[in-house]
Design a binder for this molecule. Structure first.
Ligand SMILES: NC(=O)c1ccc[n+]([C@@H]2O[C@H](COP(=O)([O-])OP(=O)(O)OC[C@H]3O[C@@H](n4cnc5c(N)ncnc54)[C@H](OP(=O)(O)O)[C@@H]3O)[C@@H](O)[C@H]2O)c1
Length: 330
């Protein structure tokens, strides 16, 4: 096997250091596959891990990258054969096991999703964890009876990877989408994804009362903190709130009143350990009826492995719009 490369994160006396090194994934053990990686994508969590600004890795050293798509290169798992196209998101990549920012990765086969028909390997990582997470939020809102008739759905952190896909999927499914974004300059981008209104978080005129007037049929939130606390108070009866992210804070200032006087549901989104049956169902939708026509608009950047550390720094600065895909293969 050819010598490959990986972005490896090491523990230092103070903090961590990420560097590109010669690296080949080990031969697969029983029940495992080695994947020749073709694409990965950058997520907020990758930016935290690579810049060392967040504690993502739970052991050292590890290869960074919480998702990857590629082709099976060697298999010791039933039902997987050399040449099969596959994708992986979450499941401990770059936390407790080597991740996807490498030219090869060895993983247990029960963590691996076969590439669904209707998606290319590049599209799988154009979605990546961000697209999968937006899809998972959609799936949980639909389980809870979300319907366009309930009213507009607010999406926060709108220009990020998850936010962009949430807007595009909701819009594709006929929802009126209000994008909540700090970036006034991204208004055309957000309208292009299907948002009918773009609002700055500071312009959301929602007060501090436990219940404010009902305005949103639902919320897909990537920011947390004060913004999410305000939005929950303005969700209509039997609307739903999907809590995904913490880019703006982890604390909520809420009462139970939206839940018990309006029947509002808050659903948590945990993409890492999402059970395989739901995972497969979400990927099937992402490859077919939820696949946005605007996918190419959402991928704003394609880079190689060497450019990942700088791109992660941009991401931490919050200056990025859309998704960055990382080319790992030929
Ligand atoms: N629960 C899960 O399973 C799961 C899975 C994936 C991601 N996440 C979380 O979801 C969030 C979004 O992930 P992503 O990959 O889409 O990240 P991303 O591409 O970096 O997007 C994050 C967006 O949040 C907004 N933002 C960034 N910093 C902020 C701050 N300090 N205050 C308020 N808003 C801020 C920005 O949008 P605007 O400039 O448009 O406001 C930014 O584009 C992250 O918190 C991530 O950890 C959770």
């Amino acid at each position: 096997m050819e010598q490959g490369r990986a972005l490896r994160v090491h523990r230092q006396e103070q903090g961590t250091e990420a560097r590109i090194e010669a690296w080949s994934a080990p031969d697969p053990g029983p029940g495992e596959l080695r994947i020749r990686a073709q694409w990965s994508g950058l997520n907020y969590k990758d930016a935290l891990a690579v810049t060392g600004k967040g504690k993502i890795l739970r052991q050292f050293p590890l290869t960074a990258g919480i998702d990857v798509s590629g082709v099976v290169e060697a298999s010791r798992a039933e039902g997987f054969f050399e040449g099969d196209p596959v994708l992986v998101t979450g499941y401990g990549l770059s936390e407790t096991r080597d991740g996807g920012l490498a030219t090869s990765v060895t993983l247990p086969a029960d963590r691996v999703v076969r590439l669904p028909e209707g998606l290319s390997l590049r599209e799988a990582m154009a979605y990546g964890t961000a697209g999968f997470t937006a899809g998972l939020a959609m799936s949980r809102l639909l389980d809870n009876g979300q319907d366009p008739e309930l009213g507009p759905v607010a999406v926060t952190g709108a220009t990020g990877g998850v936010g962009s896909y949430a807007i595009a999927i909701l819009s594709q499914l006929g929802y009126d989408v209000h994008a909540v974004s700090r970036k006034a300059s991204a208004a055309d981008y957000l309208r292009g994804l299907g948002a009918s209104e773009i609002i700055a978080p500071d312009d959301l005129a929602i007060g501090d009362r436990p219940l404010e007037s009902g305005r949103y049929g639902g919320v897909i939130d990537n920011v947390g903190g004060d913004l999410l606390s305000r939005l929950v108070r303005s969700v209509v009866e039997y609307g739903n709130v999907a809590s995904i992210g913490l880019a703006g804070g982890v604390k909520l200032d809420l009462t139970v009143l939206p839940l018990i006087l309006r029947g509002v549901s808050m659903v948590g989104i945990h993409s890492v350990e999402c059970p395989m049956s739901r995972r497969l169902d979400v990927w099937d939708h992402l490859a077919s009826d939820w696949k946005p026509a605007v996918m190419n608009t959402i991928v704003t950047r394609e880079i190689g492995l060497d450019e990942v550390p700088a791109a992660c720094a941009d991401m931490m600065a919050g200056s990025q719009t859309g998704r960055t895909v990382v080319r790992l293969g030929d």
